[in-house]
Design a protein around this ligand. Sequence first.
Ligand code: SF4
Length: 382
Amino acid sequence: MASLGLYLHIPFCAAICHYCNFNRFLLDDDLKRRYVPALAQEVLNAGAREAAAADGDVPVDTIYFGGGTPSLLEPVDVDRLLDACRRAFRVAGDAEVSLEANPESISVERLAGFRDAGVNRLSMGVQSFRDEELGRLGRLHSAQRADEAYALARSAGFDNISLDLMLWLPEQSLADWMQSVDHLITLGPEHASFYMLEVYPHSPLRELMARSRWSQAPDDDVAEMYLAALERLDAAGYEQYEISNVARGGRRARHNLKYWTDGEWLGFGCGAHSTRHGVRWKQVTSAAEYVSRIETGADLVIERRILSPQERLEERLFTGLRLSDGIDLAEVAREGGVDVWQRYGNDLSPHLDAGLLVREAERLRLTRQGMLLAHEVMAVFV
Ligand code: SF4
């Protein structure tokens, strides 16, 4: 029986970063005070529904507090929410319990409280170890504050920490980027994620870039940034297991792996998505609307669709390609009844010839060069 993941969305942020496209709202203490009990209630309601279902005793092996800025929660809030998870679901004793934290919003007391509540993995949004880059992004913390926050997390006992970095920042050179990568390696987190900045059409960052005449490096340079970082991380003992993620000591992000391996999860909170029993749904995005719907017992779902067998197959193939292990063709044939090579071989072959893909026995995976052009290769499946 596959285990379930639980995702809890905490949409509040102390300030809105110039580039942000997530479902988040400026912190409103009154709304936050109503949001936490509403979220706990939603978890309990979902647990009751699961318990009533025929296969209702599915264990939960990952819980993820994402945002927004979950580290703006008080430890007592996190404790209340985790208590609701444990009361509503059969949470495994060794479950991975992750919480996203921003460097400016944590203190040693708060971190100790999160740990006491049961959080055992911290994912810290550092983005850069260079102050001028952090300033351009509108982040509230400095590089020094990120170092201090990391040290606080270690002293609070966290032995599973992930740091996020962003590349392709305005005015960022290869040397600038590698300075952040090297700094991260010096700190030595168990896990790291790195994302390319996407400048959305109506974001304040786009305007700022135009006004300040900031530009992003050309495509060839960003490819070099990506590859150089991975080489440096390889040499430091990190294993790349996904396009944007590396880990060492086997500390892959178990929750996120569910998204890439046809797993199932229940998402709680405003804007959260869930995938369960072949159905995907999305909840109302406004935090205020979410709270009022919980308080009045109204339906939270704004979109729901049953995934067709073809959609599930496509998703399994293109998310599988994100992983360094790639796709197990024999497994897809066994479980999905599809010979991938027969169906897609003609379209995949040019990518093999171009060195973007490799086929090793029953595995199909992207090369690093292929990871840079993943969207082109994945387009074969949709
Ligand atoms: S902290 Fe994260 S979620 Fe909040 S505004 Fe910044 S990027 Fe967006």
